[in-house]
Design a protein around this ligand. Structure first.
Ligand code: ADP
Length: 332
């Protein structure tokens, strides 16, 4: 192999730059030419790329975002687009393409592989951690820290004003950030999709819990962490309902995109560096149609499709602890 390329696609995540750096440095170490396509799959279609050298990745390991930029590229769903991408990759002589992104980006990589002879390898980069087959994804640990920092701050006001705060965190349709940020912040309640069967039951459950906790503590302060997209009418409406039902003022706080940014924490930098280096070595071994994964600190490659065909479960022990603590909080 002489030439390898990469792109970052879909939602950006802290640690993507650390991953780009590792891919560039490992490729150079093995004597490969390394290219970075810009703006996700758009770069493949527009032939917008950089020939990367060590100097391009100096001083980026600590930076959030991605120096290659990221984007969504709806046209890439078509066969014509995948064929054009294949033609452009061949014209540049690329033999392997590394895709850093979430499950949508992996579907894109799989789609490309139906029309291109080169190797495709995915690296899981998303704050949501919703990729089956790997313990963690690049950016996930930083997103928990960012959410946690905000929840700790909101708690000060919740205590001072004796209010309920409903804090919405990201996660798309998965509760990894929500559950972990709730446990780490000592939140009174957590609402994540995996543990919510009926919104009506959940509402009743929370109202009863707030009442029991209030009586036990003699204080109205209460923190709920909730995953985005969970409440059908949105958290603002849920906060209004809670205010009416409990007669305690409830404020919604939507953390939003702050969770996608910022300097990656050390766990994300290390994970990104390991995965980046491993992906280049996997490409040199001829692997294709796979995703780099880490399970129990062991790196391996698993089929790309499993990343989206199987739903990743929350840590059952963490779920149990959360439920035990929830019950304990309301005991008289
Ligand atoms: P993420 O990778 O963070 O899950 P998206 O779901 O938005 O983000 O997907 C990122 C990009 O991957 C899309 O904009 C599109 O270019 C590509 N993609 C997603 N699904 C497919 C698909 N089924 N076929 C081809 N390309 C896809």
């Amino acid at each position: 192999m002489r030439k390898i390329a990469m792109l970052t696609s879909g939602g950006d995540a802290p640690g993507m730059n650390a991953c780009i750096r590792a891919i560039v440095l490992t490729s150079l170490r093995y004597g490969l030419e390394v290219y970075g396509y810009k703006h996700g799959y758009n770069g493949l279609l527009e032939q917008e790329y950089l020939n990367l050298r060590a100097s391009n990745v100096t001083n980026i390991i600590q930076r959030g975002g991605t120096i290659l930029r990221s984007a969504r590229c709806l046209t890439f769903m078509s066969d014509d687009a995948a064929r054009l991408a294949a033609k452009n990759l061949d014209a540049l002589g690329i033999e392997a393409l590394l895709v850093i992104g979430g499950d949508g980006s992996f579907r894109g990589a799989h789609h490309l592989s139906q029309h291109w002879q080169g190797q495709v390898i995915g690296l899981p980069g998303t704050i949501d951690n919703d990729i089956y087959g790997t313990d963690a994804t690049i950016g996930y640990y930083t997103a928990i820290e960012t959410a946690l920092d905000s929840i700790d701050k909101v708690r000060d006001t919740a205590d001072a004003f004796e209010r309920i705060f409903l804090i919405e965190v990201m996660g798309r349709n998965a509760g990894f950030i929500g559950l972990n940020a709730a446990i780490a912040s000592g939140a009174d309640q957590v609402m994540v999709p995996e543990l919510t069967r009926s919104c009506e039951d959940e509402l009743k459950n929370i109202i009863d819990h707030i009442d029991a906790v209030k009586r036990r503590r003699g204080n109205n302060s209460y923190i709920v962490v909730i995953t985005e997209n969970l409440w059908p009418q949105g958290v603002t409406q849920l906060a209004q309902t809670l205010t009416e039902e409990t007669e305690i003022e409830c404020r919604p706080v939507i953390l939003g995109h702050v969770q996608r940014g910022g300097s990656p924490v050390s766990q994300d930098r290390v994970l990104a560096t390991k995965m980046g280096a491993y992906a280049v070595e996997a490409a040199l071994e001829g692997k294709s149609g796979v995703m780099v994964a880490e399970v129990n600190q062991q790196l391996s490659c698993c089929p790309l499709e499993t990343s989206w065909q199987t739903q990743k479960a929350l840590d059952p022990y963490l779920v149990k602890i959360q439920q035990d603590l929830f019950d304990l909080l309301k005991r008289p």
